[in-house]
Design a protein around this ligand. Sequence first.
Ligand code: ASP
Ligand code: MG
Length: 420
Amino acid sequence: MARLVLKFGGTSVGDVARLARAARLVAAERQPGTGLAIVVSAMSGETNRLVEFAREAAGGALIGPAFDDEYDVVCASGEQVTSGLLALALRRIALPARSWQGWQVPVLTDDSHGSARIDRIEAPDLLRALDEGEIAVLPGFQGVTGTGRITTLGRGGSDTSAVALAAALKAERCDIYTDVDGIYTTDPRIVARARRLDRISYEEMLEMASLGARVLQTRSVELAMNWRVPVRVLSSFVEPGQPNPGTLVCEEDPMMEQRVVSGIAYSRDEARISLFGVLDRPGIAADIFGRLADARINVDMIVQSQARTENRQNLLFTLPEKDVRLALATLQDGREAIDFEQVTADLDVAKVSVVGVGMRSHTGVARTMFQALAARNINIQAIATSEIKISVLVASEYTELAVRALHSAFELDASDPGRG
Ligand code: ASP
Ligand code: MG
């Protein structure tokens, strides 16, 4: 029996009318010989509301070990509600549907409450129900520990639930219905001529997702890549039967390599820390980045350069904005041992990246990128590369300008704005 997983995000189940449309989209996918499993998010805004309740009940405390199992109980309820509501909407149009909570499937996770990882999905009963033609509706985002406690997978986690389920059910595909109609060459709010891509490779999508394109949770893309689950991103705002090709995230193919760059991503959630006059000796980088790793700080770009003073280096690195205070404190603590002259932080920076598997076979990508930025007088503060991406750090006021410049430089602009 073939199987298909459909996932509806928060805006796609945001009210009763939208739930009814989601039910119609599900109905349109139903055909003999294909089992349908549906994964839903909480109604848009609902998880935020629940998080706030949990905070207040805990006395305004930040969620921590003493609270986060109950935080999960509270937050996972948003998805429980929509799973029941969608099952009802499906029954209303005479389709056999039932909800399955995470603990009923079960979706087994580790016990890191608030950001649990799925260990395995054992679903003999669910599989039997699918084979009998029943539509299964599952709450995304939630799982259960081996000892029966409810967990959640971290914000945006229902994408990961859907892909994990598709892998466990050996589904043909996982369709993610959302409030955009696919993956674009860049953010259409910045570039009106951004184009929807028909296909994008797992690797490119992974780069785009982790570089700040917010359509899919990064972990869901990792899972899809590891398990080779084709994922289609498409709009839930159209009626069944209307054109809705979306974007297929899948294995790389020769077509993708022909285009040099597939997309431009950006992230404003970046900060830069500069260490000046670090005493130059072997082991200095290991010492500095070891301290930061111990503080669980994720460092991204790193640039080392000669300082004016002899035997001294300057070192700059980037990290998420939220970690700046901790990083500064960690470095100040180690000031004597590390031996540096000065440390500064700058939050007004952004990372802009060009991504494409075509870079493996095309030359001159860096040149085109740097020339396009130079022509707009945009200063590059740091550069990082991988086989399929080049990222630059720029002052955040230039984010939009840089994205637009690169989108045209790599000839990604649609000839007709807003059209594929
Ligand atoms: N409802 C959860 C959240 O808002 C999970 C999700 O929608 O993916 O983070
Ligand atoms: Mg989401």
